[in-house]
Ligand binder design. Structure first.
Ligand code: UDX
Ligand code: ADP
Length: 459
């Protein structure tokens, strides 16, 4: 079959895979190819055991795979054939050298730019999908225009706002699609070409165009605002615990103000995920590099409160369990950074598990999707860790349960059965405030929610 356009995506990860599956489903006239250097990942994308867990994704992939969606390791052929190249490689925070712990590590991304230059033999549109520091497009342009073949590459920024766990829905019904381009004739034309892809299923008023730098910066700012709401309510949860106020009642009252809105006001053991911390660190780094230290400090505090919240959660576990957890069996219910994903990047579970192991607790980690990643995250740590997908089996002989992830299945567990199998006194620390605390207390648990009065049987 002859396709109207060849779209390539470099990087078959959490962003590239779902995004391209939805584009393929909505644009049957386009051939969409996703390439990655990781052979195992591509093998799994070509099977029914996808490399990432995302509700509804397998159905979308199955409906288009082999029709107009293809997964391959052949990066070179992919580049040659493409009219439009989405770049969706990983850009983690640097762990070494200048800017370590703050700036993005752009080595994968830069390598991709060089590969495009080496193998392209005609003009193409290059679309930045990965979250990148502001003005990365400029650097990308420099590398791309350094070719001696007389080829023109137009660089577009099209940041992805999907949220893991609801990626398919977010892609099918986005709040907006943002397309940033150079404000030149060829820049605007390329932006229109990308807009035309999304126009297959997204209303015109939701497709926003802007200049390149605004698009890049909007992604960082959107994530910083979302994270800031969580740090704000988490900071308030600490105050609630001192004053007998209830953080859930405060979220409801405050969120009922239409200017504020109800979403992203759930107190938690802390936010995780591959984006929030990285993007804020990026914002902080950029501000410092322009000597905007007050602005940098403002955003940095969002991360500091997140670390404080995780630390506070662990301190509470230790204190309430009589200041020692040596040899005590503690179950972490959930390890993914949020529900409906197997992703554990920056999960608060990593910090909590590490600290509890330092205190020589015996950990049992339970999660319906994230145990494979949990094992990898904790592989270098000393101490006793078991992995048990079944929460009932995990809780046998345990002294405490700590809820780390807000999986729906945990709300429906038979806690009377769990309590009966645990050592007494039994403790429950709800790091997500998803359980019925009064009921747990009546069953016999000593219950420690976040930002609400604790319920204990001790005199
Ligand atoms: C985020 C942005 O939402 C998305 O637009 C962007 O493209 C990528 O980064 P993601 O990290 O996948 O998405 O998940 P998100 O739903 O934003 O949750 C991030 C973290 O915040 C999770 O750990 C979640 O549990 C936590 N969270 C969220 C809270 O602690 N409280 C809340 O009220 C909401
Ligand atoms: P994200 O969450 O942003 O999608 P991931 O880490 O899940 O990030 O995915 C990024 C993918 O990009 C990985 O599968 C990685 O193997 C791939 N990748 C990195 N560099 C290259 C490259 N030069 N060519 C092809 N794929 C690459």
């Amino acid at each position: 079959m002859k396709f109207a356009k060849n779209i390539l995506c470099i990087g078959a990860g959490y962003v590239g895979g779902p995004t391209m599956a939805v584009i393929a489903a909505k644009c049957p006239g386009c051939k969409v190819t996703v390439v990655d250097v990781n052979e195992e990942r591509i093998r799994r994308w070509n099977s029914d055991d996808l490399p990432i867990f995302e509700p509804g994704l397998l159905d979308v992939v199955r409906s288009v795979r082999g029709r107009n969606l293809f997964f391959s390791n052949d990066v070179v052929e992919g580049i040659r054939a493409a009219d439009i190249i989405f770049v969706s490689v990983n850009t983690p925070t640097k762990t070494f050298g200048h800017g370590a712990g703050m700036a993005s590590d752009l080595q994968y991304w830069e390598k991709t730019a060089h590969e495009i230059v080496a193998h392209a033999d005609r003009s193409k549109i290059i679309v930045e999908k990965s979250t990148l520091p502001v003005r990365t497009a400029e650097a990308m342009e420099c590398i791309l225009q350094e070719n001696k073949k007389g080829i023109h590459f137009e660089v577009i920024s099209n940041p992805e706002f999907l949220s893991e766990g609801s990626a398919v829905k977010d892609l099918l019904e986005p709040d907006r699609v943002l397309i940033g381009s150079r404000q030149t004739e060829s820049g605007r034309k390329a932006a229109q070409e990308i807009a035309a892809i999304f126009a297959h299923w997204v209303a015109a008023d939701k497709i926003i165009t802007s200049n390149l730098w605004s698009a890049e910066l909007s992604k960082l700012v959107a994530n910083a605002f979302l994270a800031q709401r969580i740090s704000s309510i988490n900071a308030v949860s600490a105050l609630c615990e001192k004053t007998d106020a209830d953080v859930a009642e405060i979220s409801f009252a405050v969120g009922s103000d239409t200017r504020i809105g109800p979403r992203f006001l759930n107190a938690s053991v802390g936010f995780g995920g591959s984006c929030f911390k990285k993007d804020i660190l990026n914002l902080v780094y950029i501000c410092r590099s322009y000597d905007l230290n007050e602005v940098a400090d403002y955003w940095q505090a969002v991360i500091e409160i997140n670390e404080y919240q995780q630390e506070r959660f662990v301190r509470k576990i230790i204190k309430e369990m009589f200041n020692t957890i040596v040899g005590k069996k503690i179950v972490l219910l959930g390890f993914a950074f949020k529900a409906n994903t197997g992703d554990t990047r920056e999960s608060p579970g990593i910090f909590v598990a590490g600290k509890l192991l330092e205190e020589r607790a015996q950990l049992v980690i339970s999660d319906p999707q994230a145990l494979e990643n949990a094992r990898k995250e904790l592989s270098g740590l000393d101490g006793s860790v078991e992995y048990e997908p079944d929460p009932y089996r995990a809780a046998v002989d345990a002294q405490a349960i700590a809820v780390i992830t807000e999986w729906d299945i945990y709300r429906k567990l038979d806690f009377a059965k769990i309590f009966a199998s645990m050592r007494k006194p039994a403790f429950l620390f709800d790091g997500r405030n998803i359980l019925d605390h009064q009921k747990l207390f009546q069953i016999g648990f000593n219950v420690f929610p976040l930002g609400k009065p604790s319920l204990t049987h001790f005199k």
